[in-house]
Design a binder for this molecule. Structure first.
Ligand code: GLU
Length: 549
């Protein structure tokens, strides 16, 4: 077979050469040790938390080595592509400040682009043409039925399933046969003519998994589909080579295909990048664990965290604790530092899937939020609520002063930072005390049979006389007021002699709390009253007194 002639027949319009591509996409001029990494999603679904994890890791590896991190859109599967898939990915990563040095967005294109595979068809075809000229690729006209028949035979013989060796009948077509089929308009794919030998092994060292040994690829895999678009296997080899990727960081579902990828790099004459296979994020189920599933688990979608109002810093920091379990220890020693200051080690990444722990995420997030200034909280809450909670948004933007007071109330500014809020949606309950109209407040005092109506009436009426809203020490004033009504100002003393009093200062505060907030527990009562102001406080107290009638 004259493969040069075959290549000209199949790729008559392709005139470029691999040599030209090598010149067009030269080696990057980067400092020694700099890593070029990429995030290479397919725009076929919403952003998965595993995608965010992979992007964070790839970016970190590039940034900490003064390298380059770029975005490549693997959109070769047009059937599964979502309308706004690409923007979705870019916007979603932007919200996490995961920015790219290069990619298919304004300002991101440079000589290594285009960064969308659908715009690189010619580049792939040049490379396949070259392989064909070397006798390493050929057209295959097999129909689905023919492939099924091969499979059935292989199953019967209990041999490897696939298109290879003696089963790869299209390998043996003559030039004339091929020409005839093409002229007859028969559809075809272009396959690799794999020189792999059954029984041979290939090896590499994965920074996460250590030494890997696997059987060499023997399959004549499809390089170009019938529409001339490459498969992932081939496209990523060409792209990672010509975009000069040094380190391919990807999900471990691709580990099994590594021998094929190695073979393709070798046959194309390209230098291998380092391959790193990261394990997926898992969810505990029963006694075992499984991959977080887009279908079953809402928390699989990055959008879930945004909707709940987890600050992006919290999610990324939590993902960093999964990536490197020593991060926490490091962070405990360097509390003022962030993940940007931490050096991520691929070697220390988990080999088997790490469990996603929502409780831990919450804890990480509470710590994180406790370090935010009230102003930072305000800005973040406004950004979040604009999209996800119109009530909070309206409150925050129409009454910034009141809102800031509320934030300060919960953060207890000046005192020890509170760590009770892990996501902005948690604040809804807190803010609800403020923005609920006074005449819609629901009182839950009946739950507690401890206080009689008379008792409640007496305490609230007394409190209404002077609510101590301007007081330097509201609690002391409350104690004095309570003592006047027969409530012990000291809880310990009260416990020692419960018969001697109507109750303690705790009871006095609880009664006022129920009247003002409707609940026995609430964030700092004094500040709530100060935020809503004296008039609204009185309105609530009055309404409560009425409810006692
Ligand atoms: N498009 C592939 C995926 O989404 C990328 C794998 C890779 O990073 O090479 O799984």
């Amino acid at each position: 077979m004259d493969y040069n002639k075959l290549a000209e027949l199949i790729f008559k319009d392709i005139t470029g050469t691999v040599e030209e591509l090598e010149e067009r996409f030269p080696r990057r001029d980067l400092p020694e040790g700099a890593k070029v990494t990429r995030f290479a999603p397919s725009p076929t679904g919403y952003m998965h938390i595993g995608g965010l994890y992979a992007a964070m890791i790839s970016r970190k590896i590039a940034k900490q080595s003064d390298g380059v991190f770029y975005l490549r859109i693997e959109d070769t599967d047009k059937k599964r592509e979502l309308e706004d898939g690409v923007n979705e990915i870019i916007n979603s990563l932007k919200k996490f400040d995961l920015t790219f040095d290069e990619g298919p967005f304004e300002g991101g294109e440079n000589i290594y682009g285009p960064y969308k595979q659908s715009e690189r068809k010619e580049i792939y075809q040049i490379c396949v043409k070259e392989l064909m000229k070397k006798g390493l690729a050929y057209p295959c006209f097999a129909t689905a039925e023919e492939l099924d028949a091969i499979r059935a035979k292989q199953e019967e013989l209990k041999v490897d399933i696939g298109y290879y060796g003696e089963y790869a009948v299209a390998r043996n077509y003559t030039y004339e046969e091929i020409e005839e089929k093409i002229n007859a308009g028969m559809p075809y794919v272009v396959r690799l003519k794999s020189p792999g030998v059954l029984g041979n092994h290939v090896r590499y060292t994965d920074p996460i998994r250590g030494a890997i040994q696997m059987p060499e690829n023997i399959m004549d895999v499809v390089l170009l589909k019938s529409d001339g678009i490459p498969t992932y296997h081939f496209a990523h080899v060409v792209d990672d080579h010509f975009m000069r990727t040094t380190t391919v960081i990807r999900g471990d579902e691709w580990l099994a295909s590594w021998p094929l990828h190695k073979q393709l790099f070798d046959l194309c004459g390209f230098e291998q990048p380092a391959y790193v296979h990261i394990s997926p994020i898992m969810k505990a189920e029963g006694t075992g664990k499984r991959k977080l599933s887009k279908r079953k688990d809402p928390e699989a979608a990055v959008g879930f965290y945004q909707e709940q109002g987890y600050p992006s810093e919290s999610v990324l920091e939590y993902l960093m604790t999964i990536a490197n379990s020593n991060y926490e220890e490091w962070h405990a020693k360097h509390t003022d530092k962030t993940i940007d200051d931490f050096t991520l080690s691929l070697k220390k990444m988990p080999v088997s899937g790490a469990l996603f722990d929502m409780v831990k995420l919450n804890d990480v997030s509470k710590e994180m939020i406790s370090t935010f200034t009230p102003e930072k909280c305000y800005d973040k809450i406004v950004t979040w609520s604009k999209e996800y909670d119109s009530q909070i948004y309206d409150f925050a933007t129409s009454d910034k002063e009141g809102f800031m007071k509320t934030i300060n109330l919960w953060k207890a500014a000046g005192k020890k930072a509170r760590k009770d809020v892990g996501k902005w949606s948690d604040l809804k309950a807190l803010f609800s005390y403020i923005y609920v109209p006074d005449d819609e407040l629901v009182f839950n005092y009946e739950i507690d049979e401890k206080y009689t109506k008379e008792q409640l009436r007496e305490v609230i009426t007394e409190y209404k006389k002077d609510m101590f809203l301007d007081s330097e020490n509201w609690f002391e004033d409350m104690k004095t007021m309570g003592a006047g009504l027969g409530y012990c100002p000291n809880v310990k003393e009260y416990k020692a002699d419960p018969e001697g009093y109507k109750g303690s200062i705790t009871d006095v505060c609880t009664m006022v709390r129920v009247a003002v907030t409707g609940k026995k527990n609430s964030p700092d009562l004094f500040t709530i009253m100060n935020v809503i102001g004296a008039d609204r406080t009185v309105a609530r107290l009055d309404r409560f007194l009425e409810s006692l009638n």
